[in-house]
Design a protein around this ligand. Structure first.
Ligand code: FAD
Length: 450
């Protein structure tokens, strides 16, 4: 029904947009972007809540101030995005027990150091085991068990604090993290990027090469080209496809491939872990928590790991907004996604009354994002096991015929981050351009032979 394009990009998140931009810059103008939802941005998404813009997905530019410059930080600087430095180091001095007492700093520091040491030891043990090194006897470490130990364990592992393992984002781009708090949203960066190659007017994209509400359900390929089939029965043809849907969507088999993906591919896809990360926003009639910057992050220690553990107030970014954010992950995320928000609000209020006493007011509004149940996401981001076979990663990233894979899960150094997705888009496009060049060469070659 449409004339074939050179390249179809499936998904208009940051990787899809950066991939398209690089193609356009290299003279590929007959591209098509098919996006399932009614907007660009994907996991970068703002919503108005309590009168301000809150970020349901990516909220920070992580990795700033190091030896290499983070390209997303550069984009943010260029477009004047409003950001705030986040100092997590204080969080460990704001750990509340269930009776509302803050753990003395000595105890907090000791527990923190113990948790870091034990995490590092565990990692060494795992490394020794997977390397078949039985000469070094692995030390047994006690698993965290008290509420404060469980809370710190949660912070260390579910927030990827860099103390335990070297994370490229922090070792290469720097240890600083900046919270994005801009009325235009983090997604403003994507609109700025899109402006360079798509026709826009007053911040709206009017280019008909971007097709929203096009839910891709099938990808068929032959020796000569690719056909992409959408849920409403349309199809689009191209020479190549750049597939930027999340690892969760790939695992869900929402898109069928004909011929089916080879085994090495589908097996690798199942091996990548999907993290669920949920930021719950609560608005109050007035502020009852200490609003100073040293208390921006605070921790609730409960005997259930990850139970409303990590809190943040928004006074620095939006003074007077009276908003608190609590972060849940994995099992707890899935649990609250499945229940009515009124239940979640009630649970959060019990936790807050433990910390701040019985007289605090009820929240007047709550916002619970559902990344797990969103069929265009199926989770928040990829997490490759620390000790994993690098082949799994290479197989997830490798193209299959004319289908090229991109997205944060295909970034070797920066998976799970916005800059990972951004750089992956660029890298995948370069691979497609290289493939096009090779194909042209063989065509030219066979013509000369004739
Ligand atoms: P996506 O943004 O998911 O883009 C893929 C697009 O494909 C989506 O728009 C989707 O709608 C579309 N799609 C899916 N299926 C189909 C289909 N069948 N047909 C057509 N289109 C389809 N990163 C940071 O750097 N800092 C943070 O603080 C941070 N916090 C995060 C917090 C949360 C809650 C989440 C969810 C993520 C966070 N991340 C953070 C990670 C970051 O958001 C992602 O790494 C990045 O945005 C992923 O971009 P992407 O292009 O790979 O994927």
């Amino acid at each position: 029904s449409h004339s074939p394009s050179s390249v179809i990009i499936v998904g208009a998140g940051v990787s899809g947009i950066s991939a398209a931009k690089v193609l356009a810059e290299n003279g590929i103008h007959d591209l098509l972007i098919l996006e399932a939802s009614d907007r660009i941005g994907g996991r970068i998404r703002k919503e108005t809540f309590g009168g301000v813009s809150v970020e349901l997905g990516a909220g920070w530019i992580a990795g700033v101030g190091g030896k290499e410059s983070n390209p997303v930080w550069e984009l943010a600087a260029k477009s004047g995005l409003r950001t705030f430095f986040s100092d997590y180091s204080n969080a460990r001095y704001n750990i509340y027990d269930r009776s509302g007492k803050i753990f003395p700093s000595g105890i907090a520091t000791d527990s923190y150091q113990k948790a870091v040491d034990s995490a590092i030891q565990n990692l060494r043990n795992q490394e020794a085991e997977s390397g078949g090194d039985h000469s070094s006897t692995s030390k047994v470490t006690e698993p965290p068990s008290t509420p404060i130990e469980l809370a710190i364990d949660f912070i260390l592992h579910d927030f990827e604090m860099a103390e335990v393992e070297p994370i490229s984002t922090f070792t290469e781009f720097g240890e600083r993290e900046y919270l994005v708090a801009d009325e235009r949203g983090y997604e403003y960066l994507l609109y700025k990027m899109a402006e360079d190659f798509l026709h826009t007017s007053e911040g709206r994209i009017l280019d008909n090469r971007l097709k929203l509400n096009q839910v891709v359900r099938g990808i068929q390929q032959s020796r000569s080209g690719v056909r992409v089939v959408t849920e409403d029965g349309r199809f689009y043809e191209a020479n190549y496809v750049v597939l930027s849907v999340s690892i969760g969507v790939l695992q869900s088999d929402f898109i069928s491939f004909n011929p089916p993906l080879p085994r090495w591919k589908s097996e690798a896809i199942t091996k990548c872990e999907v993290m669920v990360y949920t930021k719950i926003f609560l608005q109050f009639p007035y502020k009852f928590w200490p609003g100073c910057p040293e208390k921006e992050f605070f921790i609730y220690a409960h005997d259930r790991r990850g139970y409303y553990t990590f809190w943040q107030h928004m006074e620095s970014a939006y003074p007077g907004s009276n908003i608190l954010v609590v972060t849940l992950t994995n099992g707890e995320s899935k649990r609250v996604e499945a229940q009515p928000d009124t239940d979640t609000l009630r649970e959060a209020m019990v936790v807050l009354r433990d910390m701040f006493g019985p007289d605090i007011p009820d929240a007047i509004d709550i916002l619970v994002p559902r990344w797990w149940n969103n069929r265009f996401q199926r989770g928040s981001y990829s997490n490759y096991p620390i000790i994993s076979n690098p082949q799994v990663f290479y197989n997830i990233k490798a193209p299959v015929g004319r289908i090229f894979f991109t997205g944060e899960h295909t970034s070797e150094r920066f998976n799970g981050y916005v800059h990972g997705a951004y750089l992956a888009g660029i890298e995948t496009s370069r691979a497609v351009l290289e493939e096009m060049r090779k194909e042209r060469e063989t065509e030219d070659g066979s013509q000369t032979q004739l």
